[in-house]
Design a protein around this ligand. Structure first.
Ligand code: NAD
Length: 506
């Protein structure tokens, strides 16, 4: 007999809302393939209802006109409410996404709560040029205004944290939002919306529609009721969204795929670098857009680095994500598992890379985890730049290792992908680190570490990793319009420059 599971609804205009058509998707726990909830597969009519609610809240509600200080108070309350409920929410994320509870609670939620508090504070101090008399006869001031309705379209790898990065700065700046979570991981987003309601947020400021990207996602992007689209997702999705958004000349903010290089020079601390590669490469089972997936290692330390790395990777514990000991949970879905398996097959059979470790499902998992979408941490060595496993995003626990001989070669190869999100450099030579970090065409360069982000600093891509920034004060550039307001100071009927358009010079 099938177990009873919770049936979720959409969240529109401050209320739970049944979808127009009674169509639902099963939501699975990827560690055992059990159905844990049923969530509406919303239609374009549902998307329209959510857009209308957000539109009305923006145009007629109090939110966009409130002072930043008053909005800030409510947003701080949201952070407090998440913090009070963090065990339940982090466990729900683990059940739905598959990530280890320690990653969910102590990284995603701890960081996300700090992000919310940062956005709540930073919005009170947005930047712009100071007001002034730039031409001597008038005063210019800059206004930063909310833009309107923002569609926040989020991925499945950090389901809750990506909603924080998109929706919270958008609402902090006075916009209203319609959030569309990834179809396979909607649960913490729906819980977040219900929790935000208790913070005093006016109805309609936050709305959530669940369902397929090609239906509800696209309806949001094409709608003339939506002013901005923020997407975190695949580069292919970003391209489709740019095209669809062009019909209404909509602003888009795109955080897309990555294939981060990790460059180990001959003077690097190899213990630290091999530790950094494990953490940077296998975080979230490699389902991370900044994951260190291309390891360029100087030829003189190539063998010793690999030896240290292999020893450490063997100690990664794969299994029940609810267990405190687990380092890697399952991949998010059977589709993602198939994709990773296929890329590993290509690595072995078509690219001809040398498989050092992994390359299969863990053989010893017992029920119910034997039904989950687990994959062993996998290392390929002696890779070459043209291989598909070096060029394409795999989004799983698969690292490719390549030797290099000069810094110029390392830089050229590191830059030789379509992506430009994140990168790292490992060396004790500060001059080399500065030179290489300037030459890397990536939005983020770490020196002697890989992954750290802070609320105050931007995260975003170069090249086909997208544009716009998440985190930091820069993110408000994506969610505010900059308006120049000019006041005449002369009071004169006829100003000195009018003759250039009308009449004669005085
Ligand atoms: P995805 O592109 O498949 O889906 C992302 C979201 O877009 C989902 O909500 C999906 O339903 C929606 N969508 C899909 N097609 C759409 C369309 N035509 N119109 C509107 N919406 C549509 O990505 P994913 O598989 O959920 O996530 C993995 C990808 O996200 C990877 O490529 C990864 O690198 C990227 N990512 C990037 C960052 C970053 O900060 N740059 C962070 C996390 C993930």
């Amino acid at each position: 007999m099938q177990k009873e599971v919770a049936v979720q609804e959409l969240y529109i205009g401050g209320e739970l809302s049944r979808p127009v058509r009674a169509e639902y998707n099963d939501v699975l726990n990827p560690s055992n393939a059990e159905v844990i909830a049923r969530v509406p597969r919303a239609s374009t009519e549902d998307a329209k209802k959510a857009i209308d609610a957000a539109r009305e809240a923006f145009d007629k509600g109090p939110w966009s006109k409130m002072s930043p200080a008053d909005r800030s108070k409510i947003i701080w309350k949201i952070a407090d409410l998440v913090e009070q409920d963090v065990d339940r929410l982090a466990m729900l994320e683990t059940e739905n996404q598959g990530k280890p509870f320690k990653l969910s609670k102590d990284s995603d939620f701890a960081f996300g709560i700090d992000n919310i508090r940062f956005f709540a504070s930073a919005v009170r101090n947005l930047e712009g040029k100071a007001a002034g008399e730039y031409n001597g006869i008038g005063t210019s001031i800059i206004r930063r205004e909310p833009i309107g309705v923002v569609a926040c379209i989020t991925p499945w790898n950090y389901p809750w944290m990506m909603v924080v990065w998109k929706a919270i700065p958008a609402i902090a700046a006075g916009n209203t939002v319609v959030i569309k979570p990834a179809s396979v991981t909607p649960l913490t987003t729906l819980e977040f919306a219900k929790l935000m309601e208790r913070s005093g947020l006016p109805k309609g400021v936050v709305n959530v529609v669940t369902g397929d990207g090609s239906v509800v996602g696209e309806a949001l992007v094409r709608s003339s009721g939506v002013d901005v689209v923020g997407l975190t997702g695949d580069t292919a999705t970003g391209k489709k969204i740019m095209e669809a958004a062009s019909g209404t000349v909509k602003r888009v903010q795109l955080e897309l795929g990555g294939k981060a290089p990790f460059i180990v020079f001959d003077d690097a601390d190899l213990d630290a670098a091999s530790e950094g590669a494990v953490v940077g490469g296998f975080v979230n089972s490699g389902q991370d857009c900044t994951a260190a997936t291309r390891l360029y290692v100087h030829e003189s330390v190539y063998d010793s680095f690999i030896q240290k790395l292999v020893q450490k990777v063997r100690r990664i514990i794969v299994g029940d994500p609810k267990s405190k000991e687990t380092d890697n949970g399952p991949l998010v879905s059977s589709a993602q598992l198939n994709k990773v398996e296929n890329m590993v097959r290509i690595g072995k059979e078509e690219d001809g890379a040398k498989l050092l470790l992994g390359g299969r499902k863990p053989p010893n998992l017992e029920a119910p985890f034997s039904r989950g979408y687990f994959y062993e941490p996998t290392l390929f060595a002696d890779c070459t730049q043209d291989m598909r496993i070096v060029q394409q995003e795999i989004f799983g626990p698969v690292l490719a290792i390549l030797p290099f001989s000069t810094p110029e070669e390392a830089i050229e190869k590191a830059n030789d992908v379509v992506y430009g999100l994140a990168s790292s450099v490992w060396t004790k030579d500060v001059y080399k680190a500065m030179k290489v970090s300037a030459a890397l065409r990536f939005g983020e360069v770490w020196v002697n570490d890989h992954l750290p982000l802070v609320s105050e600093m931007p995260h975003g891509g170069y090249k086909q990793s997208g544009f716009g920034k998440d985190l930091s004060g820069y993110t408000f550039d994506d969610y505010t319009d900059v308006k120049h307001v000019y006041f005449d100071l002369t009071g004169a009927v006829r100003k000195g420059w009018h003759y250039t358009i009308y009449g004669q010079q005085p």
